[in-house]
Design a protein around this ligand. Structure first.
Ligand SMILES: *[C@@H]1O[C@H](CO)[C@@H](O)[C@H](O)[C@H]1NC(C)=O
Ligand SMILES: *[C@@H]1O[C@H](CO)[C@@H](O)[C@H](O)[C@H]1NC(C)=O
Ligand SMILES: *[C@@H]1O[C@H](CO)[C@@H](O)[C@H](O)[C@H]1NC(C)=O
Ligand SMILES: *[C@@H]1O[C@H](CO)[C@@H](O)[C@H](O)[C@H]1NC(C)=O
Ligand SMILES: *[C@@H]1O[C@H](CO)[C@@H](O)[C@H](O)[C@H]1NC(C)=O
Ligand SMILES: *[C@@H]1O[C@H](CO)[C@@H](O)[C@H](O)[C@H]1NC(C)=O
Ligand SMILES: *[C@@H]1O[C@H](CO)[C@@H](O)[C@H](O)[C@H]1NC(C)=O
Ligand SMILES: *[C@@H]1O[C@H](CO)[C@@H](O)[C@H](O)[C@H]1NC(C)=O
Ligand SMILES: CC(=O)N[C@H]1CO[C@H](CO)[C@@H](O)[C@@H]1O
Length: 360
């Protein structure tokens, strides 16, 4: 099951059949497609526990939340399919993702490498299948013989219960899938229609979760996903702790030199990649991560600040009440009404501080 099929779930994009052959600009069919920004460096590492994905990734659907286990990709209702996509491409390389798959029938956690001409390398984990994971590949969007290409492998331990190291190592000669350091599958160049359907063009990386078991999907997809999703039993969350990505090529951009889609036809534009420059700056940090990284002293300081405001307001209230008593009953009642309003404002303020603090 290719990820591009999942794109059909995005609001009213295109029908599933068309979706399988969809790309914003297919260089096999068009000249002047934009060239691909290269990663161009041998190791880009992302720690999603301490920093957010940042500007070298695009969130192409939904939103990510960052928590103590890293980036959270959550389906809580129909239509949710949070997905990120790298803004860079690798031209052969390695992708290592530490992931805890989302549980749930009909829920699919995915790591996909995708090229502009629809070469694709997949890892898919069905939420209700605690014993096997699937991997797959496509060459130039050819979906014939899906059953022969998609393969299932037994896992040690449920992939939904703990983090595992899912690594893909991809050269012009072999494509290898590893789980926790052990190789599970090797595809040789010649094994993919004599090389013609071997994935061999620059790829970006996409990580996401989708409701393949949504009843609006076709029966085949729903069955493949383990059955229909039950949104009422959610939310279903996939966690991604880290990513390490290696580009075996170096350069600024990759360009299709002709319409053959062969690796030999790709021109590497020399220079430094803009992505590499961005990555050499300190990683971006989400608000929650910034709060989590504060020292206890700093946190106490902020709590104390809030507490100080509360104490000051209570003191004002006390002074004001003493005044009330002096001011006689009727005036006192009016003042009490004003005070109630003040207190409501204070409570609202405290609530706001609380949420501001949580989202710090
Ligand atoms: C190329 O474009 C034509 C017409 O737009 C379309 O029918 C065909 O499927 C496309 N081929 C590829 C490989 O995208
Ligand atoms: C990332 O998203 C921005 C804004 O949506 C868009 O302009 C840009 O083209 C996207 N980049 C890639 C590489 O898809
Ligand atoms: C998990 O996948 C394997 C391989 O396709 C299959 O044999 C098994 O029945 C599946 N388990 C469940 C619970 O769907
Ligand atoms: C698509 O794949 C099938 C089987 O894997 C193969 O026979 C066919 O030649 C391929 N088509 C193209 C255009 O590569
Ligand atoms: C892979 O690239 C190397 C170096 O360019 C080349 O020697 C080798 O023949 C290529 N392999 C294939 C299968 O084309
Ligand atoms: C993850 O697996 C890959 C492939 O076996 C390996 O090279 C890498 O060192 C592993 N990562 C860690 C942190 O062990
Ligand atoms: C899906 O399966 C249901 C029940 O098995 C059947 O009634 C329906 O016609 C099927 N739909 C399609 C599109 O095959
Ligand atoms: C790439 O960056 C290095 C180090 O910053 C610099 O020395 C080199 O001139 C740059 N190359 C190009 C083509 O811009
Ligand atoms: C595993 C590895 O090679 N990590 C390196 C990645 O690149 C950074 C910066 O260039 C190095 O500091 C790491 O050691």
């Amino acid at each position: 099951m290719p990820l591009l099929l999942s794109l059909s779930l995005l609001p009213a994009l295109i029908s599933p059949i068309l979706a399988q052959t969809w790309t914003s600009c297919n260089p096999l069919n068009q000249t002047n497609c934009p060239s691909d920004t290269a990663l161009g460096i041998s190791n880009a590492t992302y720690n999603f526990v301490t920093s957010s994905a940042g500007s070298t990734w695009n969130t192409t659907n939904g939103n990510l939340v960052y928590g103590p286990q890293g980036a959270e990709f959550t389906i809580s209702k129909k239509g949710d399919a949070p997905t990120i996509q790298s803004n860079f491409y690798i031209f052969f390389g390695e992708v290592e993702i530490w992931m805890k798959a989302a549980p749930g029938q009909g829920v699919v956690s995915t790591i996909v490498l995708e090229s502009d001409d629809l070469d694709e390398i997949d890892l898919e984990i069905i939420g209700s299948n605690t014993t096997h994971i699937e991997n797959n590949y496509y060459g130039k969007g050819n979906t014939t013989d899906e059953a022969a290409k998609a393969k299932w492998y037994p896992t040690t331990g449920a992939p939904q219960d703990s983090f595992h190291n899912y690594t893909t190592r991809w050269t012009n000669e072999t494509l290898e899938w590893y789980v926790d350091g052990s190789i599970v599958r090797t595809l040789a160049y010649a094994d993919a229609v004599g090389g013609k359907n071997y994935p061999q063009t620059p790829m970006n990386v996409r990580i996401g979760v989708w409701a393949a078991g949504d009843p609006s999907n076709n029966n085949y997809t729903v069955r493949w996903a383990g059955g229909e999703i039950d949104y009422s039993k959610g939310p279903y969350t996939m966690y991604v702790q880290s990513a390490r990505i290696t580009d075996y090529s170096t350069g600024a951009e990759y360009k299709y030199g002709d319409k053959t889609g062969t690796w030999q036809s790709i021109d590497i534009v020399a220079g430094n990649s803009t992505v590499a420059k961005t990555l050499s700056a300190p990683p971006p940090v989400s608000a929650a991560q910034r709060w989590a990284s504060l020292s206890n002293g700093a946190k106490i300081g902020i709590y104390a600040g809030v507490a100080g405001v509360v104490v000051a307001i209570i003191a004002l209230w006390a002074i004001c009440c003493v005044k009330h008593r002096r001011a006689g009953r009727q005036e006192g009642a009016l003042a009490d009404a004003a005070l109630e309003k003040d207190t409501a404002e204070l409570l609202a303020y405290r609530a706001e501080m609380g949420s501001a603090r949580r989202g710090f």
